[in-house]
Design a protein around this ligand. Structure first.
Ligand code: FES
Length: 147
Protein backbone atom coordinates (compact mmCIF):
# COMPACT_ATOMS: atom_id res chain seq x y z
CA UNK A 1 0.00 0.00 0.00
CA UNK A 2 1.29 3.44 -0.91
CA UNK A 3 1.86 6.10 1.72
CA UNK A 4 -0.56 8.88 0.70
CA UNK A 5 1.43 11.43 2.70
CA UNK A 6 4.30 10.90 0.31
CA UNK A 7 1.96 11.05 -2.68
CA UNK A 8 0.50 14.32 -1.41
CA UNK A 9 3.96 15.83 -1.49
CA UNK A 10 3.97 15.42 -5.26
CA UNK A 11 4.62 18.91 -6.63
CA UNK A 12 1.47 20.48 -8.11
CA UNK A 13 3.36 21.33 -11.31
CA UNK A 14 3.60 17.58 -11.98
CA UNK A 15 -0.13 17.70 -12.74
CA UNK A 16 -0.61 14.41 -10.84
CA UNK A 17 -3.03 14.27 -7.93
CA UNK A 18 -3.86 11.41 -5.62
CA UNK A 19 -7.03 11.37 -3.56
CA UNK A 20 -7.64 9.09 -0.60
CA UNK A 21 -10.73 6.88 -0.35
CA UNK A 22 -12.70 9.31 1.80
CA UNK A 23 -12.17 12.16 -0.66
CA UNK A 24 -13.09 9.91 -3.57
CA UNK A 25 -16.23 8.77 -1.75
CA UNK A 26 -17.35 12.37 -1.15
CA UNK A 27 -16.52 13.25 -4.75
CA UNK A 28 -18.54 10.34 -6.12
CA UNK A 29 -21.38 10.69 -3.61
CA UNK A 30 -21.41 14.31 -2.43
CA UNK A 31 -23.62 14.87 0.61
CA UNK A 32 -26.16 17.65 1.00
CA UNK A 33 -26.07 18.85 -2.61
CA UNK A 34 -28.90 21.12 -3.68
CA UNK A 35 -30.64 24.37 -2.93
CA UNK A 36 -32.84 25.68 -0.11
CA UNK A 37 -35.68 27.77 -1.55
CA UNK A 38 -36.39 29.61 1.71
CA UNK A 39 -32.83 29.80 2.97
CA UNK A 40 -31.90 31.97 5.94
CA UNK A 41 -28.48 32.70 4.46
CA UNK A 42 -27.19 32.50 0.90
CA UNK A 43 -23.74 32.95 -0.62
CA UNK A 44 -22.28 33.08 -4.08
CA UNK A 45 -18.50 32.87 -4.13
CA UNK A 46 -16.48 33.01 -7.33
CA UNK A 47 -17.64 34.12 -10.73
CA UNK A 48 -20.13 31.85 -12.57
CA UNK A 49 -19.22 33.51 -15.87
CA UNK A 50 -15.60 32.48 -15.87
CA UNK A 51 -14.68 29.79 -13.40
CA UNK A 52 -14.98 27.88 -10.17
CA UNK A 53 -17.79 29.03 -7.96
CA UNK A 54 -20.19 27.91 -5.28
CA UNK A 55 -23.73 28.72 -4.25
CA UNK A 56 -24.33 27.80 -0.64
CA UNK A 57 -27.55 27.95 1.38
CA UNK A 58 -28.15 27.56 5.10
CA UNK A 59 -31.18 27.14 7.31
CA UNK A 60 -30.75 28.25 10.90
CA UNK A 61 -32.83 27.54 13.99
CA UNK A 62 -32.00 28.94 17.42
CA UNK A 63 -28.64 30.10 16.02
CA UNK A 64 -27.77 26.56 14.95
CA UNK A 65 -27.29 25.42 11.35
CA UNK A 66 -30.01 22.85 10.71
CA UNK A 67 -29.51 22.48 6.97
CA UNK A 68 -26.81 23.32 4.46
CA UNK A 69 -27.05 22.79 0.73
CA UNK A 70 -24.75 23.82 -2.07
CA UNK A 71 -23.96 23.60 -5.72
CA UNK A 72 -20.27 23.73 -6.38
CA UNK A 73 -18.74 24.13 -9.82
CA UNK A 74 -15.12 23.12 -9.47
CA UNK A 75 -12.73 20.21 -9.44
CA UNK A 76 -13.03 16.88 -7.61
CA UNK A 77 -11.30 18.34 -4.53
CA UNK A 78 -13.74 21.26 -4.38
CA UNK A 79 -16.74 18.92 -4.60
CA UNK A 80 -15.38 16.48 -2.01
CA UNK A 81 -14.23 19.11 0.50
CA UNK A 82 -17.51 21.02 0.25
CA UNK A 83 -19.36 17.78 0.94
CA UNK A 84 -17.16 17.18 3.99
CA UNK A 85 -17.63 20.79 5.08
CA UNK A 86 -21.40 20.35 4.93
CA UNK A 87 -21.18 17.45 7.38
CA UNK A 88 -18.94 19.48 9.68
CA UNK A 89 -21.22 22.53 9.67
CA UNK A 90 -24.69 21.01 10.07
CA UNK A 91 -25.62 20.99 13.74
CA UNK A 92 -23.07 23.60 14.77
CA UNK A 93 -23.97 26.87 16.39
CA UNK A 94 -23.29 29.90 14.21
CA UNK A 95 -20.23 30.98 16.19
CA UNK A 96 -18.84 27.43 16.00
CA UNK A 97 -19.46 27.23 12.25
CA UNK A 98 -17.57 30.49 11.80
CA UNK A 99 -14.54 28.81 13.34
CA UNK A 100 -14.39 26.15 10.61
CA UNK A 101 -11.21 26.62 8.58
CA UNK A 102 -9.90 25.05 5.40
CA UNK A 103 -7.31 23.25 7.57
CA UNK A 104 -10.10 21.63 9.60
CA UNK A 105 -11.83 20.51 6.40
CA UNK A 106 -8.59 19.09 4.99
CA UNK A 107 -7.93 17.29 8.26
CA UNK A 108 -11.45 15.83 8.25
CA UNK A 109 -10.82 14.73 4.65
CA UNK A 110 -7.74 12.82 5.76
CA UNK A 111 -5.59 15.14 3.63
CA UNK A 112 -5.71 16.34 0.06
CA UNK A 113 -2.85 17.03 -2.36
CA UNK A 114 -1.01 20.27 -1.59
CA UNK A 115 -1.80 21.61 -5.05
CA UNK A 116 -5.51 21.24 -4.27
CA UNK A 117 -5.52 22.73 -0.78
CA UNK A 118 -6.99 26.01 -2.04
CA UNK A 119 -10.05 24.19 -3.44
CA UNK A 120 -11.35 23.60 0.09
CA UNK A 121 -11.61 27.37 0.49
CA UNK A 122 -14.60 27.64 -1.85
CA UNK A 123 -16.87 25.88 0.62
CA UNK A 124 -15.40 27.51 3.72
CA UNK A 125 -15.67 31.02 2.30
CA UNK A 126 -19.15 30.19 1.00
CA UNK A 127 -20.21 29.09 4.47
CA UNK A 128 -18.82 32.24 6.08
CA UNK A 129 -20.55 34.46 3.51
CA UNK A 130 -23.84 32.61 3.99
CA UNK A 131 -23.55 33.11 7.76
CA UNK A 132 -22.79 36.77 7.19
CA UNK A 133 -25.92 36.99 5.00
CA UNK A 134 -27.94 35.24 7.72
CA UNK A 135 -26.70 37.66 10.40
CA UNK A 136 -27.47 40.65 8.18
CA UNK A 137 -30.99 39.39 7.50
CA UNK A 138 -31.48 38.65 11.18
CA UNK A 139 -30.56 42.25 11.99
CA UNK A 140 -32.97 43.46 9.34
CA UNK A 141 -35.67 40.96 10.37
CA UNK A 142 -35.82 39.47 6.86
CA UNK A 143 -34.64 35.87 7.37
CA UNK A 144 -36.28 33.23 5.24
CA UNK A 145 -36.38 35.40 2.09
CA UNK A 146 -36.56 33.74 -1.29
CA UNK A 147 -33.50 34.22 -3.45
FE1 FES B 1 -10.49 25.13 -9.16
FE2 FES B 1 -10.17 22.97 -7.57
S1 FES B 1 -11.82 24.34 -7.63
S2 FES B 1 -8.81 23.72 -9.12
Amino acid sequence: MQDWRKLYETPPESGVFFYNEKVMDHFRHPRNVGEIPEADGVALVGDPRCGDHIRLYIKVKDDRITELRYKVFGCAAAIATTSILSELAIGRRIEEALEITDDEVIKAAGGIPSGKAHCSLLGVVGLHYAISDYLRRKDEGTTGDKR
